[in-house]
Ligand binder design. Structure first.
Ligand code: AMP
Ligand code: DBH
Length: 543
């Protein structure tokens, strides 16, 4: 059994193989290729624990054996929500070895998101950090997959696998399993998460072939080798942190991944000094926090490159990186759907500061089109369409949406508005999708609107981006409700439905009516303009 997905046309797939993009190796190859003496190198540092490549191989094989012993089979799916700990990677490789296809939810995702993912993939296994017997999430997941298929991660233990326990009380088997892998490399390895813009969280099937290529090519562009020490500080499942080049790229190169529980300077600066970290990946607001925090006597001299992506970086902030952090900047404009653009380490300073990079692969094809589908003149702004050897061909179980965002030639419309800078790099100028980018965390406006509309006092809600000096954007909800309605009540209501905290509107504005377009839809453009003039750059604490 394998998980269904929209494949690349056979002739295209053949070309990607002939070009050497797709090698037919499983994603576990990034770990298993390190044999003999190379397997003695450090792969992961997590708190006081050190895992060599040999340890990651052995422990993920043992976990895989435990999954097989519980009846999991290739083509089954799993729902995983783990914090930034070594176990995230151990579980991921274990599942890949069994051919079990996971959704790696963000640790900030709540019951609402996990339930939405579970509805789509019907998981046979759930892996969570233990939240105690009363944890409603664990209870719901036990209902979904059965207690014998719920694996709970406890506090860090000496032996990583020892940190896990099945919810039905059985300990994990101690046997080391068969390493190997059960998967077809041309099939789905796991589901990546989309930021979404249509109200339903969308899943992106990523194959071993396509993802491994994106990882290998990213590591090559970034010039990684075994001396790299990468700080995994953004959420580990994020496409950026995982693959651009991220932890997987660093594993491929034989370097070490240093797990950080959060991306703040108080956590990260001591880790950088202690482990002589050379690479870090950040979103723009966190870069600004780092730039402000530096100068307190911490030793950041090992840092070679700080990558910034996930949301638009302002040139004024970008310019300060070399002097303040003593390292180079790389801008990364990527998407979980595929296409990743990098500024190159030898690009001139203007290009690094002012552009979001260019596609990483010669196999990437991009088109910048106007609203009627014609290419815009060079340098003009248009919508970004792309296809290539690591860009997917369809969201999971979303035919109607796929018909809208793919054209007949298989190009995917990312919803980003971009222009081409002299030299061929892309500049992100805006967006044409109903989404808020809150410092790299994507909020699907319709998802929040639908949940708000379920409140008895609310007849309509429209959520739009509100410019913000720190986060780039925050979210503002215009709500058609009686004036006595309290923002705190609506926030509590959304939380009660299990919505991730970062999706809670930063501001509520109660209105007697909402502007409409000529065809009678809510006119979000007018609301966005209103937000810009009325609230831009105000201190946006919860109101
Ligand atoms: P997701 O679909 O959640 O993977 O988010 C991908 C989206 O994040 C892109 O389509 C862009 O809208 C945005 N994004 C990622 N990196 C950058 C960047 N460096 N600059 C501007 N926007 C970015
Ligand atoms: O925002 C993203 O999704 C993103 C940013 C940088 C991404 O997927 C990536 C690099 O691969």
């Amino acid at each position: 059994m394998s998980v269904a997905f929209t494949p690349w046309p056979a002739d295209v797939a053949e070309r990607y193989r002939a070009k050497g993009y797709w090698t037919g190796d499983p994603l576990t190859d990034v770990i298993d290729r390190h044999r003999g003496a190379a397997a003695e190198a450090t792969a992961i540092l997590c708190g006081e624990r050190r895992f060599r490549y040999a340890d990651v191989q052995r422990l993920s094989a043992r976990l895989a054996a435990a999954f097989r012993a519980r009846g999991l089979r290739p083509g089954d799916t799993a729902l995983v929500r783990l914090p930034n700990r070594a176990e995230f990677h151990l579980v991921f490789f274990a599942l890949l070895r069994c051919g079990v296809v996971p959704v790696n939810a963000l640790n900030s995702h709540g019951l609402y998101e996990l339930t939405a993912y579970a509805r789509q993939i019907e998981p046979k296994l759930a892996v969570l950090a233990a939240g105690g017997a009363a944890d409603p999430l664990a209870a719901r997941m036990a209902q979904t997959v059965g207690p014998e298929r719920l694996l709970l991660l406890g506090p860090p233990a000496e032996d990583a696998v020892g940190g896990f326990a099945w919810a039905d009380g059985d300990p994990l088997a101690e046997d080391d399993g068969e390493p190997g892998h059960a998967a077809d490399p041309s099939g789905v390895a796991f589901f990546q998460l989309s930021g979404g813009s249509t109200g339903t969280p969308k899943l992106i099937p990523r194959t071993h072939d396509d993802y491994l290529y994106s990882v290998r090519r990213s590591a090559e562009i970034c010039g990684l080798d075994g001396s790299c020490r990468f700080l995994c500080a953004l959420p580990a499942p994020h496409n950026f942190t995982l693959s651009s080049p991220g932890a997987l790229g660093v594993f491929h190169a034989g370097g070490a991944v240093v797990m950080a529980g959060d991306p703040g300077p108080a956590t990260c600066f001591p880790l950088i000094a202690r482990h002589r970290v050379t690479w870090a990946a950040l979103v723009p607001p966190m870069l600004s926090v780092w730039l402000e925090a530096v100068g307190g006597g911490e030793d950041l001299s090992s840092l070679e490159v700080v990558q910034v992506g996930g949301a638009k970086l302002s040139p004024a902030v970008a310019e300060r990186v070399p002097e303040r952090l003593g390292c180079r900047l790389q801008q990364v404009f990527g998407m979980a759907e595929g296409l990743v653009n990098y500024t190159r380490l030898d690009d001139d300073p203007w290009t690094v500061v002012n552009t979001q990079g260019r596609p990483m692969s010669p196999g990437d094809e991009i088109r910048i089109l106007d609203a009627s589908g014609h290419p815009v003149p060079p340098g003009a702004v248009g919508e970004l369409w792309t296809r290539g050897p690591y860009t997917f061909r369809g969201y999971y179980k979303a035919d109607a949406h796929n018909a809208r965002v793919f054209d007949a030639e298989g190009f995917y419309c990312s919803g980003d508005l971009v222009s081409l800078a002299p030299g061929g790099n892309l500049v992100v100028c805006g967006r044409n999708k109903d989404q808020i980018n809150r410092g790299g965390e994507k909020i699907d406006a319709q998802e929040v609107e639908d949940l708000l509309a379920a409140h008895p006092a609310v007849s309509h809600a429209a959520v739009v981006a509100m410019p913000d000096a720190v986060m780039g954007e925050r979210s503002c909800a215009f709500v058609l409700a009686p004036p006595a309605t309290k923002p705190s009540e609506l926030r509590r209501f959304l939380r009660g439905q299990g919505l991730a905290d970062f999706k809670l509107p930063d501001r509520f504005v109660f209105v007697p009516d909402l502007p409409k377009t000529a065809v009678g839809k809510i006119d979000k453009q007018t609301l966005r303009e209103r937000v810009k003039t009325e609230f831009a750059f105000m201190e946006t604490t919860a109101t």
